[in-house]
Design a protein around this ligand. Structure first.
Ligand code: URA
Length: 482
């Protein structure tokens, strides 16, 4: 890595970063500059090899000053949690202007602490875009890295993969591969640098070329049949598929050979699904009314086949808060509205006590149909399975895309899974916001029906926790409303 030289030319400071993905150094330098009151137009951020990397191999020239040192009594630098979360990702983008942008926003945050909540601010939006692109790149790396086996001297297998990231995600994603392939010796080679794991130690290496990586069949031969089996013609949109799996990755993936064949066969399979009545979703509807109509026809999981009705979410189209439950119960199924039964009554009481207006929130469920078993003449609630929740995410996402709430509140583990796509423990995640993929804040708490099943001291304890969670959400909503 290049040694860092931070210099000022006249009144202009040039900050050299040791690596293009070094957020920690950017943060430390940026903090010092803010504390010394150096405005953004007097700072250039220079990454190694970038244009303007004029000082990479030279010391400070005569007349240049080092970075100013903040006074000991300098006030602390304000940076909201949201800024830091987004900045950490945005700093890994390949846009050469990113560090300057981050510094400008950090500078503005000192005067406008709520700046990050201004969704219309072009600089805030740009940071969000950068962070999103980086998360997407990291996701692609997780999904599309394919190892080939190379036999080393002594017969030890070494797995080598080639990948072409758009952004500087290689080092930041090393931990993912280390955890996943902890017992293998592997290398991931990319044009932005390489990482090597020998089962104990991670090493970094220089950028590589495609020809440095072995060709031949990836180790995961089974992947081909897996991919063909999960391929869903109802969701075939070549444009979307290309954006999920851009062509540049195809050459690297065994299943890519199947794509033309799958696309060709898709029309026929889709026609068969339509005629058998099992095709219920393709494009996401563009209005909530459209979603409401579409969910009635949904048979993508077995719950829709039961004797029930789909229950759509309800509430203002621009609600700042979206409340997500598990699934409609018996009464909701009959009324066609969410949370009208006993759990809904209790929820209403606690929302009122917390100062949250239920009517101003958009209330919905992770699963749109009531899952039950008959017991005599009664329909007994059954919890939806992970697969059913995951299948129904399609509709929950459609609602989220349209309402775009500032905060989503998940009630219980099924709702949390519907939003996160993975199971979390309520006791571990409650009380602190998380961030969904699109940057929306997610708060998780217990489901009110859990309280209904408790009594005595246990109920009191849980009720207090539930009330505290709702109060925290109300406070946060007030903060965001400014
Ligand atoms: N429980 C839920 O999770 N949702 C409802 O709509 C009703 C009860």
């Amino acid at each position: 890595m290049t040694a860092m030289q931070n210099v000022s030319i006249g009144s202009h400071y040039a900050v050299h970063l040791p690596a293009p993905d070094d957020f920690a150094v950017w943060r430390e330098r940026a903090r010092g500059l803010v504390q010394c009151d150096v405005p953004p137009d007097r700072v250039s951020w220079i990454e190694p090899g970038g244009t303007g990397d004029l000082f990479a191999s030279e010391g400070p020239a005569r007349g240049e000053k080092r970075l100013p040192v903040p006074p000991v009594d300098a006030p602390p630098v304000r940076a909201s949690k949201r800024f830091l979360e987004l900045a950490r990702h945005a700093a890994l983008h390949s846009d050469p202007a990113r560090f300057g942008l981050l510094y400008r926003v950090l500078w503005r945050l000192q005067r406008h602490p709520r700046l990050m909540e201004d969704k219309a601010d072009p600089e805030v939006r740009r940071i969000e875009e950068l962070a999103k692109a980086v998360r997407r790149d990291a996701h692609k790396m997780h999904a599309f890295v394919r190892f080939r086996e190379v036999e080393e001297e002594g017969g030890t297998p070494h797995f080598v993969a080639w990948f072409e990231p758009d952004h500087h995600v290689v080092r930041s994603e090393a931990g993912f591969f280390m955890r996943r392939f902890a017992n293998m010796r592997w290398s991931i080679l990319t044009p932005r640098g390489s990482i090597h794991w020998d089962g104990e130690v991670m090493r970094e290496g220089p950028p590589a070329r495609r020809s440095d990586a072995p060709g031949g069949d990836p180790v995961e031969d089974l992947w081909r049949s897996y991919y063909a089996a999960i391929f869903n013609p109802a969701r075939l949109k070549v444009g979307a598929m290309l954006s999920e799996m851009p062509k540049k990755y195809w050459k690297n993936l065994p299943e890519a050979e199947l794509i033309p064949q799958l696309i060709a066969g898709a029309q026929a399979r889709e026609a068969r699904m339509v005629s058998s009545g099992s095709l219920e979703r393709g494009e996401k509807p563009e209005t909530l009314k459209g979603v409401g109509k579409a969910i009635h026809a949904c048979r993508m999981c077995p719950i829709g086949e039961l004797d029930n009705h789909a229950v759509m979410g309800e509430g203002p189209r621009d609600a700042p808060l979206m409340i997500v439950g598990e699934q409609p119960g018996d009464q909701e199924d009959q009324a066609g509205r969410p949370f009208v039964g006993p759990a809904g009554q209790l929820l209403g009481e606690y929302l009122t006590r917390a100062g949250i207006d239920r009517d101003a929130a958009y209330v919905t469920n992770a699963v749109k149909h009531f899952k039950f078993v008959w017991k005599g003449k009664r329909r007994l609630h059954q919890s939806p399975g992970a697969k059913e929740i995951d299948t129904c995410r399609w509709w929950l996402e459609a609602e989220r895309d349209l309402v775009r709430p500032r905060i989503v509140l998940a009630l219980g583990a099924s709702a949390a899974r519907g939003l996160l796509g993975k199971t979390v423990s309520i006791s571990k995640v409650r009380g602190e916001p998380m961030m969904l993929e699109d940057g929306t804040e997610l708060w998780v708490t217990a489901h009110p029906s859990y309280l209904l099943r408790l009594d005595g001291a246990a109920r009191e304890t849980q009720a207090a926790l539930f009330a505290a969670d709702l109060a925290a959400v109300r406070e946060r909503l007030e903060d965001l409303a400014g």
